[in-house]
Design a protein around this ligand. Sequence first.
Ligand SMILES: O=P(O)(O)OC[C@H]1O[C@@H](O)[C@H](O)[C@@H](O)[C@@H]1O
Length: 330
Amino acid sequence: MVGRGNKPSALAATPGLAPQPTVTFSSDNSRVTAELPTGESVEILLYGATVISWKDSKGDEKLWVSSAAKLDGTKAVRGGIPLVFPVFGPPPASGHPTSSLPQHGFARTSVWEFLGKSTSESNPTSGDASGSANAADLSVKLDFGLSAASLTAEVRELWPYKFNLIYSVTLNRENLTTSLVVTNDDDKPFESQVLLHTYLRVNDISSVSISGLASSTYIDKVANASVGTQTADTLSIASETDRVYTTPNGASDVVTVSEGGKTRYTVARDNLLNVVVWNPWTEKAAGMGDFEPKEGYKNMLCIEPGSVGTWQTLEPGDAFEGAQTITIPL
Ligand SMILES: O=P(O)(O)OC[C@H]1O[C@@H](O)[C@H](O)[C@@H](O)[C@@H]1O
């Protein structure tokens, strides 16, 4: 028996180094999880590169995912952050290269490749006197890729362009950034749209108010695509809502989601000029087989930064980058 005084003490994983973020794969390699030393985590399915969980240090989930969502690669995930590319919504009826594609395109239903992780200090001026990183300032970035070569033959035929997508998911203590770079690898131009279809989790939609959209114009998809202007400073959700906003100052307008008067999320955008606000409410939720519980519309709000108002034309070799950063109060 080892006497108390002689008991060996546990060795630090790597002596002298601050704890690092961990990145792990599920046993079937279908999903990757990253966790910061301070406890925040993010989980991404390779199917669609769909972020299906984002938790703060206390383990509180920030994204809404339907309990009936398919996570086995048979259907786009109902919840989390599905990626929309190269077309938003139902494609144009005919005459456009995306016309044969399914609603919201193929990025959310294709299997992406994990390209690797990198870690860094989110606040490079901090750290201890020895210059080593402060665990509280560490961030982790996960990169995913999709190109024409990795599409199924069927999808490649529906949209016959050579392209490359790099999707980066960066987790910090107080925010999550998701950023998409689209590159035209073809010898002809193509037109596309992109959107980050984020399902934010809320406690009670009736106490939610959205600001940052004042003076925006919008297309109201539940009112025959009529065009309106947001006159009130804040927007509340009390019925089915499906609007495509164009904010007055481009991507610099920050959208804030508050609940009971307290800020829950701020959504900043880079290069994405539109914001879709979507909540299916009772009837639409009831009609979606993968939307459960049916009352779940009370606990979610989609704030979807995108470039969907027009087509983004990319010449051969050109690239387009768009990003969102969702911040939570610490
Ligand atoms: O059921 P899907 O294809 O995931 O789309 C959900 C919603 O996505 C939103 O972005 C659209 O504006 C809505 O019109 C649509 O209903």
